[in-house]
Design a protein around this ligand. Sequence first.
Ligand SMILES: *[C@@H]1O[C@H](CO)[C@@H](O)[C@H](O)[C@H]1NC(C)=O
Ligand SMILES: *[C@@H]1O[C@H](CO)[C@@H](O)[C@H](O)[C@H]1NC(C)=O
Ligand SMILES: *[C@@H]1O[C@H](CO)[C@@H](O)[C@H](O)[C@H]1NC(C)=O
Ligand SMILES: *[C@@H]1O[C@H](CO)[C@@H](O)[C@H](O)[C@H]1NC(C)=O
Ligand SMILES: *[C@@H]1O[C@H](CO)[C@@H](O)[C@H](O)[C@H]1NC(C)=O
Ligand SMILES: *[C@@H]1O[C@H](CO)[C@@H](O)[C@H](O)[C@H]1NC(C)=O
Ligand SMILES: *[C@@H]1O[C@H](CO)[C@@H](O)[C@H](O)[C@H]1NC(C)=O
Length: 512
Amino acid sequence: MSFLSANLSCLLQCCVYVSLLLLPVWTSAINEDIDVLVILPKNNSYLFSISRVTPAIEYARRKMRSDVGLYSGFNFNVHYDNSDCGNEALFNLVDRSCKKKPDLILGPVCEYAAAQVVRMASHWNIPVISAGALATGFSNKEKEYSHLTRVAPSYLKMAETFSAMFHHFGWKTALFIFDDDKEERNCYFTLEGVHNILHSEDYKIDIFEIHPKDYRVDIEEIIKYTYESEVIIMCAGANVIRDIMLAAHRRMFTSGTNVFFNIELFNSSSYGNGSWKRGDKYDAEAKQAYAALNTVTLLRSVKEEFENFSVEVKKATQKAGVYGYEDGDNVNVFVEGFHDALLLYALALGEVMKNGSNKKDGAQITHRMWNRSFEGIAGQVSIDANGDRSGDFSVMAMTDHEAGTFEVVMNYFGINGSIQVLPGFSRERFTLKDRHRNPFPEHPNKSCGLGVSAVTGIIVGALLGTAMLISFYFFRKNYRITIERRTQREDCNIGKHRQLREDSIRSNFSAA
Ligand SMILES: *[C@@H]1O[C@H](CO)[C@@H](O)[C@H](O)[C@H]1NC(C)=O
Ligand SMILES: *[C@@H]1O[C@H](CO)[C@@H](O)[C@H](O)[C@H]1NC(C)=O
Ligand SMILES: *[C@@H]1O[C@H](CO)[C@@H](O)[C@H](O)[C@H]1NC(C)=O
Ligand SMILES: *[C@@H]1O[C@H](CO)[C@@H](O)[C@H](O)[C@H]1NC(C)=O
Ligand SMILES: *[C@@H]1O[C@H](CO)[C@@H](O)[C@H](O)[C@H]1NC(C)=O
Ligand SMILES: *[C@@H]1O[C@H](CO)[C@@H](O)[C@H](O)[C@H]1NC(C)=O
Ligand SMILES: *[C@@H]1O[C@H](CO)[C@@H](O)[C@H](O)[C@H]1NC(C)=O
């Protein structure tokens, strides 16, 4: 092993010398300072807080510096700013850029923070790489999000998993149940992606929104909907999921008449083994109910180098005083993603410089990052021609009904769209039987909550918010920026936005 690696490093060095000889101009030209602005929340209750991501970025910097050759001339000066998951992100970007614009922005992850920052950065020709900004609206890179590259698989990529399963198992109808907090709206955006794909493939979809913060979740009402849909897809807090599963189990929905999914992409400690357990009198029943529950999550790959990375990141995060999660969670997809982001940027910048341009050519750098694969810290990373990472996902299911433990039974590979079944897989659990008739009268069709209008609403809303914030900001700073020309259009957008907001509120009301 050491002999091999010694040989390998010798070989590498030889290559470096040869390339030094062949390309004297190119190598001597690389001595580049790159200003990187990382915009993430300070608050450690986020899985992608500054303290959690910093060790990964530092790891990537160290690696590139010690990597004799290609990247050793890149000197990344990294600044960290708080994004607060909201407007703070934009204010910090503008404040910093008044002095000197960064060459690269990493983050934000939260959708609303990212919308503002990416729009501004695209306008300024600065590349943005995020392991977040997963909402479907960001897939449209033609205008305002032109400089965004996403190094974690978006919700739309996750949704392909459902599309593949619907084809594979011949399902026709679905019910979406999701918890909309009306703030970060993670579950809303998660199911928006699934809706986009399944709706375009003509599956019948019903939607049920819940607001556990505002009022008690009406399980009876949810159960009524369940009669009409084969596949139930949920995104909500662990307690809500458990209540729904318990209610469904008592009405025998868990014996093969319906297939249940919940989506939990990032927080591996909240699902899987023991997630049915609360120490209350319903535990036994919940365990039986969870035998019918399948969890869709990210497929995590590991390779040798990842172990080192993982150990270092864990050490550094603990040193920074961040505790409170189980082991694996400190090295999550966001942490990995921002590490890979710096690598990807360096690859692209190297090529752009070879082509005679420089770090200020944000558009070219961005396009060089798209439609390519490279070796990330946890395995192969493929960025599609639209600048979004392809994703691999796993389906977990209970395989030991006595112990109530979960295992991955199926994988979906985004790169070739294929499903892989694992030893724990049983076709029976995904096959529908004895569909019953609905004893309740037909409810009015409410499959409109996540339609095109709601999606536009988000984009319009975010656009509007940014325009207003920026104008407010600049006015506050006494910049003379004329925005009058745009005022008329904004008025119109405000009207539209309000109407869309009301639409979505109306659909909640009628659903509840
Ligand atoms: C961090 O976020 C959590 C959850 O959003 C919130 O409850 C808490 O107050 C925040 N902490 C600080 C210091 O802002
Ligand atoms: C992850 O899941 C655990 C267990 O359900 C929960 O206590 C924790 O708050 C979750 N973390 C985040 C960031 O959602
Ligand atoms: C659950 O526990 C079983 C047995 O201990 C283990 O094989 C399996 O990998 C665990 N599954 C998860 C998702 O942690
Ligand atoms: C992991 O780190 C150790 C010591 O820091 C080093 O010897 C080893 O080569 C590293 N392994 C990989 C795969 O990078
Ligand atoms: C190389 O640079 C030129 C001019 O700067 C540009 O027009 C061209 O598109 C670049 N090539 C690639 C492959 O991006
Ligand atoms: C992506 O790259 C492949 C070759 O690697 C090329 O054939 C294809 O045209 C590229 N697609 C786009 C949209 O640039
Ligand atoms: C799809 O890609 C995965 C991962 O690269 C691979 O393991 C699998 O064999 C491929 N499947 C097909 C049908 O090509």
